[in-house]
Write a protein that binds this ligand. Structure first.
Ligand code: HEC
Length: 208
């Protein structure tokens, strides 16, 4: 066993301290708070991430990460749960709301190339239909906006790409519908018509 000299230990300590300092310095500046910070804390987020939706006692449906999937109100032609998080809406006859269909189209145009068809994942990027069962909506938004990198795996930032960002909620609800297995693979067969409110919001986002 080698004996380290005091000088050697000091050098090592300085190197470690320098490393720790560098790490702290590299921390990104405070991330901007998402638009609606009053979102409910993800109760039981540690619970089985990939578990499909389970029926809650109240008659609604919740994800294992605590997210309530029950459509509560419609705004700008899109459905939201009671906490204001976007959700898909499926009628008894299997008809999906327009936003879910829009999400299918935008996902196919912007995300499919890396994340695989129908949110199924690829050898390069994870299955987003599963990611949305684990990540909460705000985590999803943050990654989609700012991107992510791990080694040579690069997730681009979409926050300034209107073709993706104006429809990011649609992509999210589409992926929720896929992840809960409510929507089979492929193009949604039956969907609601596009509403005037949806068109108005779309125009203001794309041209704003
Ligand atoms: C150029 C390829 C590419 C495109 C296009 C792309 N992604 Fe990604 N994405 C990745 C890679 C690679 C990762 C994994 C990055 C990592 O682990 O650091 C990733 C990770 C993610 C994650 C985190 C998943 C998790 O389970 O942690 C989300 C969310 C995501 N992407 C959303 C999107 C959305 C939404 C789109 C379309 C608007 C999109 N991505 C388009 C490559 C891409």
């Amino acid at each position: 066993m080698t004996h380290l000299t005091t000088a050697g230990l000091t050098a090592m300590f300085l190197a470690l301290a320098g490393h720790a300092y560098a790490q702290t310095a590299e921390q990104p500046a405070e991330t901007p708070a998402p638009a609606a910070t009053e979102a409910a804390p993800a109760a039981g987020a540690e619970a089985a991430a990939d578990a499909p939706a389970e029926t809650a006692e109240a008659g609604g449906t919740a994800l294992a990460n605590g997210m309530d999937l029950t459509p509560d109100k419609m705004e700008n032609g899109r459905w939201y749960n009671a906490e204001g998080v976007p959700v898909f809406k499926k009628e008894a006859d299997g008809t999906f709301d327009y936003a879910t269909f829009s999400g299918f189209r935008r996902y196919s145009a912007e995300c499919h190339v890396c994340h695989g068809p129908d949110g199924e994942g690829s050898t390069y990027a994870p299955a987003l239909k599963k990611s949305v069962l684990r990540l909460d909506y705000y985590d999803f938004l943050e990654i989609a906006a700012s991107g992510k990198q791990e080694g040579n795996l690069v997730m681009p930032a979409f926050g300034t790409n209107k073709n993706a960002w104006c429809y990011i909620d649609d992509i999210y609800v589409y992926l929720l519908a896929r992840g809960t297995e409510e929507l089979p693979r492929g193009r949604p067969a039956k969907r609601a018509d596009k509403s005037d409110e949806f068109t108005a919001q779309e125009d203001s986002c794309m041209n704003g």
